[in-house]
Design a protein around this ligand. Sequence first.
Ligand code: SF4
Ligand code: SF4
Length: 67
Amino acid sequence: MSKVIIDKEICKGCGLCISACPKEALSISKIQNSKGFFHAEVACPEKCTSCTFCGLVCPDIAIKIYK
Ligand code: SF4
Ligand code: SF4
């Protein structure tokens, strides 16, 4: 089973990972991190195929993907 971990304190909520995900597994949280950013979160982990697109596009290397 795949697992995507987003470090909410590194994420600045740019949304690039959400646009890159072909499975629409990610979304923006309604909760802000300590810096005031609405960070990305894994809304539908069961949809993830571990394609790694989200991790590749994240400019802040906030996403880790485990297979
Ligand atoms: S690894 Fe692929 S399917 Fe999974 S959340 Fe990232 S972009 Fe979406
Ligand atoms: S691409 Fe990175 S910084 Fe941008 S919303 Fe996704 S996890 Fe956050």
